[in-house]
Write a protein that binds this ligand. Structure first.
Ligand SMILES: [Zn+2]
Length: 216
């Protein structure tokens, strides 16, 4: 990305007030009927980034922390309030699903990302947020690794979540429960594409011994 464009986007995001950031975290957690977590600013921190950190008790929402790193968000082209709420919805999904075991190698870490991207798309579709296209552009160009699937896979989950949310935008159910079966059926549809990528990132042992099903 052009460096000056990058700087201007960074400045734009940094003009968001602390109050707006707290509000974006709050609405993302409201989407799943969860209380406000503790919020930490990790901008410039060498290790900690924008993410959800769970406390010791994975069955409790009371000891959770959500952090934001403005430089990292700007790099991912997250420069507006709406796109910030989307990334935070991804993190809120990690928070909502912290008590579950996921299928796939490396303790299901790809499936954890897939579900978080998918619900982010759902929320964007329900609220008709145009900024989802920027987030797709940013995340869709990322490389895969042991903890995250490639951008191609992530783009598919965000898009399908968006369509599902858009078609159900008048739903008044509890969002997580209302949509969970739609997520699982899309995950199963995507599974051949996902499994094709495993050999690039996982050794033969982790490719052969992992949990196959969702237990929720
Ligand atoms: Zn994630």
């Amino acid at each position: 990305m052009d460096f000056f464009l990058y700087l201007s986007r960074l400045r734009q995001l940094q003009s968001l007030s602390k109050e707006q950031i707290v509000n974006a975290v709050k609405t993302a957690c409201d989407f799943f009927d969860m209380p406000l977590p503790q919020i930490g600013d990790t901008t410039g921190h060498p290790v900690y980034s924008t993410m959800f950190y769970r406390g010791n008790d994975k069955s409790s929402f009371d000891d959770d922390l959500i952090c934001f790193d403005l430089q990292e968000l700007a790099y991912l082209q997250v420069t507006t309030y709406d796109s910030l709420t989307l990334v935070l919805t991804h993190e809120a999904t990690h928070r909502r699903t912290q008590m579950y075991d996921f299928p796939g190698p490396n303790k299901g870490s790809w499936a954890k990302e897939c579900i978080s991207d998918w619900y982010m798309g759902v929320r964007a579709g329900m609220c008709m947020m145009k900024d989802i296209s920027k987030v797709i552009e940013g995340l869709g160009s990322t490389q895969g690794c042991e903890t995250h699937p490639s951008g191609d896979i992530r783009r598919n989950f965000i898009n399908n979540g968006f369509q599902t949310g858009y078609l159900n935008r008048s739903s008044h159910g509890t969002n997580f429960e209302y949509f969970i079966n739609d997520f699982k059926s899309f995950y199963n549809r995507m599974l051949p594409d996902i499994e094709k990528e495993y050999p690039k990132y996982y050794g033969i042992i982790s490719r052969n011994f992992y949990k196959k099903d969702f237990d929720f």
